[in-house]
Design a protein around this ligand. Sequence first.
Ligand code: HSE
Length: 289
Amino acid sequence: MYVRVRVPATSANLGPGFDVAGLAVTLYNTFTFELLDEGLQILGCPEQFANKDNMTYQAFDEAAKEVGLDYKGVRIITSGDVPYTRGLGSSSTCIVAGIVAAYAFKDRYEDRQDILELATKIEGHPDNVAPAIFGGMTVSVMEDHKVTTLSLPIKNDYRFVALIPPFTLSTAKARAVLPNTLERADAIKNVSHLALMVASLINGYDQGLKLGFKDRLHQPYRGKLIKNYFPIMDVLEKDDKILGAYLSGAGPTIMAMIKAEDDKGVVRIKEELGELIEGWKVEKLELDT
Ligand code: HSE
């Protein structure tokens, strides 16, 4: 018997919603789990990740203990399109897949709240794992070990243009540059932008998005780690058809939002950015619901 889990990529923070807001997009990783009589086999990923420290295996093993799945060995086959360490939630796909698989072997794959809480414990924050589990856009609040997640409807039909650089940025490095304290004025700014961003997406108030995606908590600091980040954001800001842009998760991917009917959007963005994104991959994605 085997279990196959397909998990979407996610774009976290959405500007001001640091560690809180995220959404799932149409890029996927797929994981197949098969219980064995003994041993651990991990196939389909680079050799340095094919051992017991593998994130998918670690999550599977922890979830197996939680649900009382007494297994002797497991084979995990991974495949998919979510790029590693680019701010599109590749680690969350591994964590969520490992947990869902262990729950599925015990017929508990619908226990999403338990899956969410274990995934959040392993990842450290819920903003990638929540949309990976529930789909769509989510906002999550952590209080002690309890995670409260709301799935929110996005009113208009948008496309998400992911500008994916050829270089990586680890979440640890991108978190290390953030200040430990925030001025009250900056905190107020962040709260107000988060409220505007969420309200604009729910109500289809497109004019609110450019302002809504701004923040004072992480993007100004992380931008310095990403080649051409500030000039790219300036170009995107000036294009009236771009509804808004933000750093996806911890970066380095930059996400630009356009309307579904803007079918020339990707070509226009590539032309406008030209050499600034030389060597970058540009993917037009939809919301995964
Ligand atoms: N909220 C997280 C961060 C997402 O920005 O560090 C990346 O894991």
